[in-house]
Design a protein around this ligand. Structure first.
Ligand SMILES: *Cc1c(COP(=O)(O)O)cnc(C)c1O
Length: 406
């Protein structure tokens, strides 16, 4: 029997890998020094741990260790990237390009900058979730200072053509930032091969601890300068002041090392499990829809809508499985996901969508259990659905005249 509840929400966060915890322990206990203490062994040990992690993280993304700036997580990294470029290059231009499906850490930062007088183009995406490269080319002006497009989306797992976007940015002399949080450690991501100038990373999305992240900042061809968003002691080459989270950083480094070494094997396994889940559901149920491109996609992501069921009831029915839904349920409103909306998914289907995030510690037994539960609950809910019955009888629901609409 599988152990319940099952965690299958690995885009929200991932469990800490035991090997990562082990690497962190010394810095939570005896080796508690401040990495900025230059006069004693405690400080030197902490600094050595930080530099080792810097090398491990740089190796994961093909960067130089000196190009890694530690932060409190990717929300801060995204803020530092976008505000840092905007404020530093203000003289050069006031225009930023991003996309409507970005994480809130990017969208809200851009909206903040709009209030400061910057102009932001929010590019649309197609029904697969992809940015159109011609749209991007057309949006660039001689006032454009930054393009920020995420590598892999956290809801639908769709992977943009980062290499091509980076090439366009470089040809036009515009800096290119990518939120690589969901991609790094899961799929190959190399800042040089992909023409990336700035990239956000977060430890807890690849089996490291929460509250620690990094920003990759290119040092040459071109050298990127950022105005800091936090003032203080001038840590991290002046780009991010504050005492470093040494245990967190040591864990981040270890997590990056494991991800780099195990990625080929692990991503193949994630893909196998994801496809097992997908094909089982597609075999057992009709009227289900995959959201986002299936090919250009993170191996562990499956985002699916189940027509003719009520989203809330579906989630309640599978409450021993931790997943996310496409409804952002706030106290006042039930808003469908803005990402699904951007893909053109209708409100009904957005509300009945589920994001399955398969991760390192999920097993085949768990996938089979989840597929079984979802099948059972969807079938049961549909038995109670007059709409499903009508659809099955071939009645075009759009042509039905509802009494309440009179
Ligand atoms: C989780 C996530 C973030 C935020 O990262 P934190 O480290 O939790 O602040 C940013 N972007 C994407 C795509 C994410 O998935």
């Amino acid at each position: 029997m599988v152990k319940l509840p099952i965690y299958m929400d690995n885009h929200a966060t991932t469990p800490l890998d035991p090997r990562v915890l082990k690497a962190m322990m010394p810095y939570l206990t005896d080796q508690f020094g401040n990495a900025a203490s230059r006069n004693h062994k405690f400080g030197w040990e902490a600094e050595e741990a930080v530099e080792e992690a810097r090398r491990q993280i740089a190796a994961l993304i093909g960067a130089d260790a000196r190009e890694i700036v530690f932060t409190s997580g990717a929300t801060e990294s995204d803020n530092l990237a976008v505000k840092g470029v905007a404020w530093m290059y203000r003289e050069k231009g006031d225009h930023i390009i991003t996309a409507v499906t970005e994480h809130k850490a990017i969208l809200d930062t851009c909206k903040h900058l709009e209030k400061e007088g910057f102009r932001v183009t929010f590019l649309p995406v197609d029904s697969k979730g992809l940015v159109d490269l011609d749209d991007l080319r057309k949006a660039i002006t001689d006032k454009t200072i930054l393009i920020s497009i995420m590598t892999a989306n956290n809801e639908v797992g769709v992977i943009q053509d980062i290499k091509a976007i980076g090439k366009i940015a470089r040809e036009r002399g515009v800096l290119f930032h990518t939120d690589a949080v969901q991609a790094a450690g899961k799929v190959p991501f190399n800042v040089n091969e992909m023409n990336v100038d700035i990239a956000s990373l977060s430890a807890h999305k690849f089996y490291g601890p929460k509250g620690v992240g990094a920003l990759y900042v290119r040092r040459r061809n071109p050298r990127v300068l950022l105005t800091p968003i936090i003032d203080g002691g001038g840590h991290e080459r002046g780009m991010r002041s504050g005492t470093l989270n040494v245990p967190g950083i040591a864990g981040f480094g270890k997590a990056a090392q494991i991800a780099r070494e195990e990625m080929p094997k692990e991503s193949a396994e994630m893909f196998r499990l994801r496809e097992r889940l997908r094909t089982t559901l597609e075999r057992e149920l009709d009227e289900i829809y995959i959201n986002g491109d299936l090919q250009r996609r993170l191996p562990g992501n499956l985002n699916m809508s189940f027509a003719y069921v009520e989203g809330e009831s579906l989630l309640m029915g599978i409450n021993d499985v931790a997943v996310s839904s496409g409804s952002a349920c706030t106290s006042a409103s039930l808003e469908p996901s803005y990402v699904l909306k951007a893909l053109g998914v209708g409100e009904d289907l957005a509300h009945t969508s589920i994001r399955f995030g398969i991760g390192r510690f999920n097993t085949e037994e768990e996938v089979d259990y989840v597929a079984g539960r979802v099948t059972e609950v969807v079938r049961r809910l549909r038995e109670l659905s007059p709409l499903y019955e009508m659809a099955k009888e071939g009645i075009d629901l759009k042509s039905v005249h509802w009494a309440t609409e009179a």
